[in-house]
Design a protein around this ligand. Structure first.
Ligand code: NOJ
Length: 563
């Protein structure tokens, strides 16, 4: 089967003014508080990022995406933003930020900022003003305040549930309730309020003017709600998650994926296009694929994260279907496809891909990663195969910090160190996302393995020493060197955004051609298979007597060397 995806058939030009630089870019996600700590306070910071940018340049990525670095009380790891146009003083200053952007650009790296338009922190001056101003005030209209139900307004206005557990409404002392789809510290903004819209335009220009090249848009599908009175209960539709969207006619959920949200992004596109090159954007929208790509239309955000790929099991048939469908929907929208295996919200793929299909990730975390136990070496082998497969796909790949080191999930964090609000808000039933946010190991020794001069804000396990950059740098066969080689080769090999599946493959094997003889073969079966003809460019694990072993990906090609 041939899947010719777009007309973008020329090699990508990653030079700084190319308007299409993002279409097949590899973007590295930095979780700032866990990347590198320059001032030794245990929390990663902007200067730490600047000092380690050479790592990203040597890795060969095209851009870095920074999760929120704004002032925040850290009720949700920084996704509770107290000021969208400043830097958290614990992480640095705007000057530090400018230095970081300048250094990134000098090294040929683009910078993508995470913006959080759905909600603010309760410490945002607007929310503090809203609390003071009282019911019916213009200040309250920037958020979603309502009277409660029940004789004395003692019941929440609707049955809507927070993604983090419990009611999505919180009562304030004067008796009104405000909406928070996430933590109570994250009040939702009212996107029907023109001042909110205008303020975000200012924010987009503020960072674009400082040289930010693109934006990752947090919860892009939730901004616009149906606020017509009376507000509607969800009843048994279910409030959280994408599954709820499959049970209602598209666009009819009261607060997810409403058609009106697209007006916001069409408006933003005018701002993006006023810059050279145009600022890029990627939507975080947990909605079904055919609706998700609407956010990625060229007159909107341009890209949307493809979470179907992240959630696919380690199964040849399932992956092929998801890849084909993702390329089809991206092409139909005029976008390039995106691929993600790990991020700051999910169990790292080194561990996750080993969990038997149907395993509840949270139950596994609650067992401290013991039920079932994951063999670290086998997990790493599979993760490396998955990565080489991802990096051969047309479109852009998002790599999460530490996956280039093969870091596993830290599943056994003691509950007393957990920081994710999910733990407390669910009554200590869901362990949350801290296990993928443990600070990076840079060196094999030191109080936090080179992360900083002191202990890190989340404890690192002893085996992090073996994963450190220092332990892998220049070591043949290490995961770090595999990523470096793959990214170097990818730049040489990339052509158009299409692939052609091979049909004559053994069961459990995926094989496709990209262009000019570049082929990717992944063996997801449990036995070695014969290697097709072609020069071996790169292999995720040593060949098994000339054959491709289980959980292995090979790139075959037209005679390019890795160097
Ligand atoms: C999605 C972010 O990725 C996640 O970390 C955060 O908790 C929610 N949005 C709320 O902002």
């Amino acid at each position: 089967m041939t899947d010719r995806t777009t007309t973008h058939d020329s090699p990508p030009d990653l030079s700084s003014r190319d308007p299409d630089w993002w279409r097949q870019a590899v973007v590295y996600q930095v979780y700032p508080r866990s990347f590198a700590d320059a001032d030794g306070d245990g929390l990663g910071d902007i200067r730490g990022i600047t000092q380690r940018l050479t790592h990203l340049a040597a890795l060969g990525v095209d851009a870095l995406w920074l999760s929120p670095f704004y002032p925040s009380e850290l009720a949700d790891g920084g996704y509770d933003v107290a000021d969208h146009r400043d830097v958290d003083p614990r992480l640095g200053t705007l000057d530090d930020f400018d230095t970081m952007v300048a250094e990134a650009h000098r090294l040929g790296l683009k910078v993508i900022a995470d913006i959080v338009p759905n909600h603010t922190s309760r410490q945002h001056r607007w929310f503090e003003e809203a609390l003071r101003a009282g019911p019916g005030s213009p200040a309250r209209d920037r958020y979603v305040f309502r009277d409660g139900r029940g004789q004395h307004g003692e019941l929440p206005p609707t049955d809507w549930q927070s993604v983090f557990g419990g009611s999505a409404w919180r009562r304030v002392p004067d008796g009104q309730w405000y909406l928070h789809l996430f933590a109570p510290e994250q009040p939702d903004l009212n996107w029907q309020n023109e001042e909110v819209r205008a303020d975000f335009r200012t924010t987009l220009r503020f960072w674009s003017d400082r040289g930010v090249d693109g934006f990752r848009v947090d919860v892009a599908h939730a901004l616009v709600k149906d606020l017509d009175e009376p507000l509607r209960d969800l009843g048994d539709i279910g409030a959280t998650g994408e599954d709820a969207l499959l049970r209602v006619p598209p666009g009819s959920h009261p607060y997810y994926d409403r058609d009106e949200v697209h007006e916001v992004y069409r408006d933003w596109r005018k701002i993006f296009d006023a810059y050279t090159p145009p600022r890029t954007a990627v939507a975080e929208a947990w909605v079904p694929g055919d609706r998700r790509v609407l956010y990625a239309r060229p007159d909107e955000l341009g890209q949307a994260f493809n979470f179907e790929y992240l959630r696919a099991g380690w199964d040849a048939g399932e992956l092929r279907q998801v890849i084909t469908e993702s390329l089809r929907t991206a092409r139909a929208a005029g976008a390039s496809a995106t691929w993600v295996l790990s991020n700051h919200d999910v169990v790292r793929h080194t561990s996750r891909l080993m969990l038997p299909s149907g395993t509840d990730d949270n139950a596994w975390l609650l067992s401290d990663g013991r039920a079932p136990a994951v063999d670290a070496a086998a997990g790493l082998r599979r993760a490396r195969a998955a990565t080489l497969l991802m990096l051969a796909l047309p479109g852009s790949a998002y790599v999460y910090q530490g996956e280039e080191l093969g870091l596993p999930e830290v599943a056994d964090l003691p509950t007393e160190v957990l920081q994710d609000p999910i733990w407390e808000q669910t009554g200590r039933v869901r362990k949350g996302r801290d296990g993928c946010r443990v600070p990076l190991p840079w060196t094999t020794g030191g109080p936090s393995y080179g992360f900083g001069a002191g202990a890190a804000w989340l404890p690192q396990p002893d085996d992090f020493a073996a994963y450190a950059v220092e332990a892998q740098d220049g070591v043949e066969g290490s995961t770090l060197e595999l990523y470096r080689s793959a990214l170097r080769l990818r730049r040489k090999l990339l052509q158009g955004e299409s692939l052609t599946w091979a049909e004559d493959v053994p069961a459990g094997v995926l094989r496709f051609d990209r262009s000019d003889g570049w082929q990717c073969v992944t063996n997801l079966s449990d036995r070695p298979v014969a290697l097709p003809a072609g020069e071996v460019l790169l292999c995720s694990a040593p060949l098994d007597d000339g054959r491709l072993g289980p959980d292995t990906t090979v790139w075959l090609g037209p005679g390019l060397s890795v160097g």
